[in-house]
Unconditional design. Structure first.
Length: 282
């Protein structure tokens, strides 16, 4: 009787501990429908200061240096039966639109994802996304190949931690991001997100993050200012093993020096990603 009681207590302790930690990694399940929406917005405003011989410095109006970009994507991924550690899927991009507003004038930016249908599978052994074909009549062969490579490589973005994380613990995730900087065109930054798992409740893990930036390639003429900061929240579905909701917002302050001119830019960005999961109907 005592042995049985001890065994029951050990099982209960194991179950409690199981609720206090989890692996934050997207692992697709068979016969599921993942409906995802991404909304990514950025605004950039610049202030130009120029040194002069007579007065030393004067400032140009910042209203002439405004850029706003909006990217929206909706996709549906349907997985099939698992076979030999492979889960086939069909990934349909319902729409993928990108717009840029420069000094009040709006222009559409072409994106190859719009209307594309992707056929492939998840290799559970290699923990990787594989793509067999890309269907889109508007794309050339080279464009399809480029899109295939980008989507296969992007699966790593859905891995947040390679080891289980306990409640109260933190971990860091780095990603590369290209941001248009006034006076210096697009610049590649390393965005570091420090996540903290705050709680796991009713099958949902709740996390908070703090965001920092630095240039991927150091440049003596470009400097990330100390008042740069960002934060966000995330909800992870422990049953369906995917991110249900993630929102990040940051303000990035950068100075660009070009001879006698100094251009200070503030880039504000908000990234919202949501996923709804449901069982596939037969």
């Amino acid at each position: 009787m005592n042995k049985l009681l001890i065994l029951i207590l050990l099982c209960l302790v194991h179950n409690v501990k199981g609720q206090d930690s989890l692996l934050l990694k997207f692992v697709p399940l068979p016969n599921k429908i993942y409906n995802s929406q991404i909304d990514f917005r950025t605004k950039a405003q610049g202030k130009l200061e120029r040194k002069t011989v007579s007065t030393g410095k004067f400032e140009l109006s910042p209203t002439n240096l405004n850029v706003e970009t909006v990217n929206k994507t909706e996709s549906i991924m349907t997985t099939q039966n698992e076979n030999n550690n492979r889960i086939p899927y069909i990934w349909k991009f319902i729409h993928s639109n990108s717009f840029q507003k420069l000094d009040g004038k709006t222009s559409e930016i072409y994106t190859p994802l719009d209307g594309s249908i992707i056929y492939g599978y998840f290799d559970k052994t290699a923990a990787a996304r594989k793509i067999d074909s890309v269907m889109n009549d508007d794309l050339e062969f080279v464009e399809k190949l480029s899109l295939k490579n980008q989507l296969e490589q992007s699966h790593g973005e859905n891995t947040y931690s390679d080891v289980p994380i306990a409640v109260g613990a933190s971990f860091e995730k780095e990603s590369f991001i290209s941001i248009p900087i006034l006076g210096a065109e697009d610049q590649e930054f390393i965005m570091n997100k420090r996540y903290t798992l705050t709680k796991i409740e009713k099958g949902i893990a709740y996390l908070e993050n703090n965001i920092s930036f630095h240039l991927k390639s150091p440049n003596k003429n470009i400097q990330v200012l100390s008042n740069t900061n960002g934060s966000g929240i995330m909800q992870f579905d422990t049953k369906n093993q995917c991110v249900l909701n993630e929102i990040s917002e940051y303000s990035l302050y950068v100075t660009v020096v070009d001879r006698e001119n100094t251009l200070t830019s503030q880039i504000w960005s908000k990234d919202s990603r949501t996923t709804k999961v449901q069982n596939k109907e037969f």
